[in-house]
Design a protein around this ligand. Structure first.
Ligand code: SF4
Length: 340
């Protein structure tokens, strides 16, 4: 085994953080945690993970879970297609693999919602297959160790790094992949100074030797997010509020307060809803990966229920309906205005 690999594995063995999904190597557990961890901070995932497994302890249960229940369990984590893909993949495992999680990378990667990184993680951690998982953390550690100015976002470069790392994989592939990721998450961190003085690979690191560790990888200019404006209608009939299910686009099948693209004026809203009881509510800005929503709300009291909407009390809304994070501040605003 190459010396750097041995040092890294020993460091991981002594320093790895304890997470509920590291208690065993059950592929169902590793799979759920890896999907939750995409785009989400570890600290935020822990409670979701525990709750999810308590409610849905097996692939079989996941394959038949009601979508509303699934989305409620995912509420707040964002990127809801992840949850839907979990269910689709569970169905496929039940139908094609008799409910047993497949072991081979080529089979795992064909499951809905699983890409190269996750397939590499599951096959190496749970089945010790000789596969790598390359994410932003691993790319950062790699370019620093090699003092390379490669573009860490470039897919071809990622493939090149995957080939290089595959050549030095030890038999403990799962631990090795996790060790590299752990190093990137805790020591060789992005933005600002990596913690080289406590890094197990300090003496092997070319960027550190040349004092270039904080300027590698080079930062590329970020794309501007597309901005969209929405008017949010908080429509109230007695103690009930109108919600509806999104039928397409971002956040499909999630519940939301009715809304319209663009920023409307009070007078326009009075006309649309045939009521004089319109008051300005709160504003919210929600940032997605590629988009920014600027949302402006109005509280609208109506004397008739429009049957096109679902009408719920605030308590029912809280307990039974998955509301995306973008709409949560409006719910909070209503809860404070109308404590029940
Ligand atoms: S020595 Fe510093 S730059 Fe090099 S791998 Fe370790 S933390 Fe990263």
């Amino acid at each position: 085994m190459n010396e750097e690999v041995e040092v890294l594995l020993n460091w991981y063995d002594k320093n790895k953080r304890e997470f509920p999904w590291r208690k065993d190597k059950d592929p169902y557990h590793v799979w759920i945690s890896e999907i939750m961890l995409q785009q989400t901070r570890i600290e935020a995932v822990i409670e979701y993970y525990k709750r999810f497994l308590k409610e849905i302890p097996s692939i079989q249960k996941l394959s038949i879970i009601e979508e509303d229940k699934l989305l409620k369990l995912w509420e707040g984590l964002g990127y809801y297609s992840r949850a839907r893909n979990l269910k689709k993949a569970a169905k496929k495992i039940m139908e094609e693999y008799h409910g047993v999680f497949p072991e081979e990378y080529e089979d795992i990667i064909k499951l809905p919602g699983i890409g190269e990184y996750t397939a590499g993680a599951i096959s190496s951690i749970c089945f010790q297959k000789k596969e790598v998982c390359i994410d932003g953390n691993v790319m950062r550690v790699y370019v620093r160790l090699n003092n390379s100015n490669m573009d860490v976002q470039d897919k071809k470069e990622k493939k090149k790094v995957a080939r290089e790392i595959k050549r030095i994989l030890p038999k403990e592939t799962g631990d090795f992949n996790q060790a590299l990721m752990e190093l990137g998450e805790t020591i060789c961190i992005p933005n600002g100074m990596p913690k080289c003085s406590i890094c197990p690979l300090e003496r092997f690191c070319e960027a550190h030797k040349k004092g270039k560790e904080s300027s590698i990888p080079e930062k590329k200019g970020k794309k501007e997010k597309k901005e969209e404006e929405y008017t949010i209608f908080l429509i109230q009939y007695k103690n009930l509020f109108a919600i509806r299910k999104r039928d397409s686009g971002l956040l499909k099948n999630m519940w939301e307060f009715p809304n319209k693209k663009g920023i409307l004026k009070t007078q326009e809203i009075k006309k649309i809803f045939s009521t004089q009881e319109v008051e300005k509510g709160i504003k919210n800005i929600h940032i997605f990966t590629h988009k920014k929503w600027k949302m402006n709300s109005f509280l609208i009291k109506v004397s008739k229920k429009n049957e096109e909407y679902t009408w719920v009390t605030l308590n029912d809304l809280e307990k039974g309906y998955a509301l995306p994070t973008a709409f949560k501040p409006f719910f909070k605003y209503l809860k404070e205005k109308y404590p029940q």
